[in-house]
Design a protein around this ligand. Structure first.
Ligand SMILES: CC(=O)N[C@H]1[C@@H](OP(=O)(O)OP(=O)(O)OC[C@H]2O[C@@H](n3ccc(=O)[nH]c3=O)[C@H](O)[C@@H]2O)O[C@H](CO)[C@@H](O)[C@@H]1O
Ligand SMILES: C=C(OP(=O)(O)O)C(=O)O
Length: 436
């Protein structure tokens, strides 16, 4: 089983120029599974989760919940059982917390169950400043006292419902606020909240546990708190970011691909973004069929003007699909502006694509102009974050020659057995573990 161990460094050696064909199913959504695993701490009863992606971020979070007293065991490859009968607000391992952004998601559930928790700062992708202010704003208004001294200490004698207006629709802050609000006495209204598919999935999970959350999928949720939460079984929804990655990959390698159970209800903005690059997918029930013969021509705006693909909070084009859209655009005819509005360092990886032959001007940290198509050459690459790493893998697969991607354990933070699953469709990726 290709599963990186903590501290293990992974290298991918990728032979470019192979077409893929076949059927693939996306894994469960990483960013849904993470808050849901954390939210399983809200009940002392047994929770069963299926379709859990077996990725590094989940393994780390499972270790973290075990360290505060939860029992967790894998019943199958993607089937996780959690029982948090006895929780203690123990010290959390700073190294583990620093490995994932999701460690911050323990704040809401631990505060609810134990009345206190101290968290070392979270980690996650280094793609720009990762604010925690919105988490503090929401939890404070729900009754928490927060002290920061290198670590973040949260305490609450009694969480109470409140009318909370978030200063920005932060995904993980909305998730922490939801977990605290379902436990709080009284009604909470969360305004300007995030509504990504993973936020929706968490809210559906909490409702399955007995919570009463209204407005799921909108930017105002009302939570009638204080209900006794019980155990439940929940299936994690498909990862729309992985689906977007597969669309880009199929298009640039001229592959015919069917993505089974793609979760098409959450793909409108993604499909619209790729359509701007001349890539069209056919929706067949809940499957997505990607034909091999794509137009791959940038669709100009009315009047022949250069179009833009920009990300924004849901339901707009997802920030985590931006790096994939950039690498895909290098293979499309025409000029397009890529506008990353949310993170200030996410675009820096384009220098690696430029070294491979891509024609990209990085105008500033947020905007890049891509002119295609370019012939890409195999290269030595270093993956800085999950999505840039996936973008590099895609570039390597359409390049002439062989590429080496170092730091590929970053890719495995978010994509389960991606080498095996792509090789099964005709890719040539060799995974080489190397001790740090
Ligand atoms: C574990 C997890 O779920 N991680 C996801 C979560 O991170 P996370 O919850 O950390 O991201 P946030 O939603 O808090 O914010 C992401 C970035 O966007 C900025 N921002 C946010 C809202 C807004 O209206 N304007 C704006 O500029 C924030 O200041 C921040 O720089 O959501 C991000 C945005 O979808 C994703 O990239 C991450 O994969
Ligand atoms: C930025 C991401 O993840 P995280 O927030 O966990 O770093 C991502 O999934 O692209």
């Amino acid at each position: 089983m290709a599963q990186a161990q903590p501290h293990e460094r992974i290298q991918y050696i990728v032979e470019g120029g192979h077409r893929l064909s076949g059927t693939i199913e996306p894994s469960g959504n990483k960013n849904a599974a993470l808050p849901i695993v954390a939210a399983a701490l809200l009940t002392d009863q047994r929770v069963e989760l299926t379709n859990v992606p077996r990725i590094r971020d989940i393994e780390v979070l499972v270790e973290l919940i075990q360290s505060v007293g939860a029992e967790a065991r894998w019943l199958g490859r993607n089937h996780l059982e959690i029982r948090a009968a006895n929780l203690r607000p123990a010290d959390l391992d700073p190294d583990l917390c620093a490995r994932v952004r999701a460690s911050i998601l323990l704040a809401g559930p631990m505060l609810a169950r134990c009345g206190e928790v101290t968290l070392p700062p979270p980690g996650g992708d280094v793609i720009g400043r990762r604010r925690v202010d919105t988490h503090f704003l929401a939890l404070e208004q729900l009754g928490a006292e927060i002290k920061t001294n290198g670590h973040y200490s949260f305490k609450a004698k009694q969480l109470r419902g409140a009318d909370v207006f978030l200063d920005e629709p932060s995904v993980t802050a909305t998730e922490n606020a939801l977990c605290a609000a379902v436990y709080a006495e009284g009604t909470t209204i969360l305004r300007n909240c995030a509504s990504e598919p993973h936020v929706q999935d968490l809210a559906l999970f909490l409702n399955a546990m007995g919570a009463q959350i209204e407005g799921i999928g909108t930017n105002t949720m009302t939570i009638h708190g204080g209900k006794k939460l019980s155990g439940c079984t929940h299936r994690i929804g498909p990862d729309h970011i992985e689906v977007g990655s597969l669309i880009g990959l199929a298009a640039v390698t001229k592959s015919e691909m069917t993505i089974k159970n793609a979760g098409v209800e959450h793909l409108r903005s993604t499909l619209m973004g790729f359509e701007r690059l001349g890539i069209r997918c056919q929706v067949q029930g809940d499957d997505l069929f990607i034909p091999a013969d794509q137009e791959m021509r940038v669709q100009a705006d009315f009047g022949g003007h250069i179009p833009t693909i920009s990300d924004q909070p849901w339901p707009a084009f997802p920030a985590d699909t931006m790096s994939i859209a950039i690498v895909t655009a290098t293979q499309c005819e025409g000029v397009v502006m890529m506008f990353e509005k949310m993170f200030e360092s996410r675009m820096f990886f384009v220098d690696k694509l430029i070294a491979m032959g891509a024609r990209i001007v990085l105008c500033d940290p947020h905007r890049a102009i891509v002119a295609g198509p370019s012939n890409m050459r195999g290269s030595r690459l270093e993956s800085p974050d999950i999505r840039a790493g996936m973008a590099m893998l895609i570039a390597a697969m359409c390049a002439e020659g062989t590429s080496t991607i170092n730091n590929a354990q970053q890719i495995e933070r978010g994509y389960e057995r991606i080498d095996e699953r792509l090789n099964a469709m005709g890719a040539k990726i060799t995974r080489v573990p190397a001790r740090a």
